[in-house]
Design a protein around this ligand. Structure first.
Ligand SMILES: [Zn+2]
Length: 143
């Protein structure tokens, strides 16, 4: 798995699969390690619309305060074009923020708006570490 150049996708919350929270925490640890935001999509192939997959966008084009890649291309690793156009739902997206950065930026709000308009997405999370805690306590901020 090349996390810098490639988009990746993981099935979540099923048997022998990582949890959503586990992937979010991994993204945050990776973000601290490489000094860039990490972001991805919450995806559902489920009629009940629960999140079944999460993408992790390759971080090469991301910055310390900017997620430019949410890993859309990784969908092709597990789904057919027909599934992507007809079945898959974008439930929302997540991205990490640097430690203590708990507010959604203007760009975050704008992106959220476009996901609501285009995909009726509902789940938007910022993943960060609170300034006054050591690593290990992950703060998930819905915005
Ligand atoms: Zn942000």
């Amino acid at each position: 798995m090349n996390l810098k150049k490639d988009d990746n996708i993981l099935a979540v919350d099923g048997k022998n699969q990582p949890t959503k929270q586990g992937v979010e925490k991994f993204a945050l640890q990776l973000s601290e390690y490489v000094g860039k935001e990490i972001g991805g999509l919450y995806v559902s192939n489920d009629a009940l619309k629960k999140v079944t997959h999460m993408t992790i966008g390759g971080y090469e084009e991301n910055k310390i305060d900017e997620t430019n890649n949410k890993g859309v291309s990784a969908l092709r690793k597990v789904f057919t074009i027909t599934e992507i156009t007809e079945k898959i739902k974008f439930r929302g997206h997540y991205h990490t923020h640097p430690r203590g950065s708990t507010n959604a930026s203007e760009a975050d709000i704008k992106m959220k708006g476009s996901y609501i308009d285009n995909y009726s997405s509902k789940l938007f999370n910022i993943i960060t570490y609170p300034m006054d805690y050591n690593n290990g306590y992950t703060q998930i901020i819905s915005y």
